[in-house]
Design a protein around this ligand. Structure first.
Ligand code: 13P
Length: 252
């Protein structure tokens, strides 16, 4: 039995006072339990406040990105040690917006995934095809390559701290969701790909989240699929009531 996870990726939203207000509301409304773990990923400048406000709360805090080097001349970047020094040990890597707008390649993401493993951080690793890949029926090939290129040199024990997020690019922020069947089909493919490389036992343990226009009205159906272990939520994570409803959907 895999515990579900609902993670909120706040992207480049919320000033410090806005982030504070949302976290206080989430603390009141959201009760993670044995069935569902909850993670939020505010932007870097809001992370220390998020950690402080959630100190004795089961909601975990993640960063949205980090650099692969330990330190050095990388203006504007953030290292794993900087995150760990403020008690952050979860990081989203390889989000499609980072791949598309900031030219993050599989090669770079491999370095980042290696760094997350080296620093014992939980890596919420995003994969997903774009619309053209889907229309050409290349989606399995694309997602398979993203996994292999970045993660498949890691040893099996690294997967204790890897969560995969399948986010079809055509469903992100568009209001268009993958159907529960499309999500299940890809999640199953990801699990089988992991099974072939690392064995069934490992594959059955890895959590695979779905992301892309998850809302309170579609979450339950998507999460009910056998290989869908929760969601990575964008827009709906910015409203406490919507996020709460999605967390509840993961419990049922
Ligand atoms: P939306 O839920 O806004 O489509 O965003 C999904 C996402 O990109 C989460 O990382």
């Amino acid at each position: 039995m895999r515990t579900k996870i609902v993670a909120g990726n706040w992207k480049m939203n919320k000033t410090l006072p806005e982030a504070e207000a949302l976290i206080l509301e989430l603390k009141q409304k959201i009760k993670p339990d044995g069935k569902v773990a909850v993670i939020i990923a505010p932007s870097f400048v809001n992370l220390p406040k998020a950690v402080e406000l959630l100190k004795d709360n089961p909601i975990k805090v993640a960063a949205q990105n980090m650099h692969f080097a330990d330190s050095g001349a990388y203006t504007g970047e953030i290292s794993a040690d900087m995150l760990k020094a403020i008690d952050i040990d979860h990081v989203i890597l390889g989000h499609s917006e980072r791949r598309a707008y900031f030219n993050e390649t599989d090669e770079m993401l491999k370095e980042k995934a290696n760094q997350a493993y080296k620093k014992q951080m939980t890596n919420i690793f995003c994969v997903g095809e774009n619309l053209e890949d889907r229309q050409k029926d290349h989606h399995f090939e694309v997602v398979g390559k993203q996994l292999k290129n970045a993660l498949f040199e890691l040893p099996i024990q690294a997967y204790k701290k890897i969560i995969i997020a399948y986010e079809p690019v055509w469903a992100i922020g568009t209001g268009e969701t993958a159907t529960p069947e499309q999500a299940q089909e890809m999640h199953h493919f990801i699990r089988e790909t992991l099974a072939k490389k690392y064995g069934r036992d490992l594959a059955d343990k890895v959590r695979i989240l779905y992301g892309g226009s998850v809302k309170p009205n579609n979450a339950k159906e998507i999460f009910s699929k056998p290989d869908v272990d929760g969601g990575l939520i964008g827009g709906a994570a910015l409203k406490a009531d919507d996020f709460q409803a999605i967390v509840e959907a993961a419990k049922s």
